[in-house]
Design a protein around this ligand. Sequence first.
Ligand SMILES: CC(C)(COP(=O)(O)OP(=O)(O)OC[C@H]1O[C@@H](n2cnc3c(N)ncnc32)[C@H](O)[C@@H]1OP(=O)(O)O)[C@@H](O)C(=O)NCCC(=O)NCCS
Length: 293
Amino acid sequence: MFFRCYNRPGLTLSLPEQQELRKELLSVARTCFNPVPDYQCLSSRPDALDDKIIIVAYAEADSMNFEEETKNRRKDNTSHGEHCAVAFTSTLFLDDVPGVRNPVLHTGLTVAIPSVHRTGILAELFAQLFLNVVPMHPEGMWVTTLAAVLSSLVQSERALARSYPSPSAKRSMDNDGPPRPSSEYYSIARAIDKRYRAQLLISPKAIWDEESFVFRGSLDWDNQEADGFKKDVDDKRYWHRDEASNVFFRGLMREGKGDEVLLIGFVNEEILWKKLEELQQRQAEKRLLKNKL
Ligand SMILES: CC(C)(COP(=O)(O)OP(=O)(O)OC[C@H]1O[C@@H](n2cnc3c(N)ncnc32)[C@H](O)[C@@H]1OP(=O)(O)O)[C@@H](O)C(=O)NCCC(=O)NCCS
């Protein structure tokens, strides 16, 4: 597998290249959504790719033995030359966040074809994302994730420092550690609540619960685009391996009400290298365990 970063492709790629990229994103999305939401980088709006930073994972067609769906997508002419898009994460900077000095990156939409689910794809996509965006802002940036998918929340928590809400922040507060969240967390959350609901697909009727950092009823509305994202929060296919973290995030959301947690964290060059080391260590441990089985 290899990765490509597309930085604001709507402004930097030629029209045919944009169309090719759009075809790749849609081919991945079609394996998970029916219908594909007209949302974020998948939107049909002509400016949809202007503000996105997208990491796409490709399988090298001849070296990977992928399942039927990948073959079918090749037959449908949805592959890019010798390569076939298998996953992507699409992000954007939120430029209108008063009271916050560092940039704010929102990790908006992550999709992988079913045959690469449960392979550690999320960690790979996020590592590639930060390897590309942190050098643009080495002083560091805030990163937001809005999700009901527990594995996405735990993954973001692990890839970032100072994550809130998170089990480690709770432990620190329980043990009289530094009070959290600081004013920046509230400024970011309030900007999302007031200015970014439409862009982040948050229901206009959702209630921002500042106690728990949850948009209550975020996905619970009459909008076809939001339908595909409604998940059963108890469905273990979307859980992380880390049981304690699952329990923590699960506990923030109500069952069947379309709640989504807003997780905010921070990353800079130093944090990135530390997190990459931790990731490599976890991957080595997983390989060791797999070899033992
Ligand atoms: C979002 C999406 C890409 C996540 O896929 P995924 O398969 O959960 O991603 P990963 O393979 O990285 O797995 C994530 C975690 O799940 C857990 N996991 C993976 N395989 C597992 C297994 N066999 N048993 C238990 N836990 C497992 C692990 O904790 C893993 O993280 P780790 O490998 O770092 O420990 C996928 O669910 C998807 O495409 N969904 C459809 C699109 C969507 O709804 N996106 C919403 C988010 S914007």
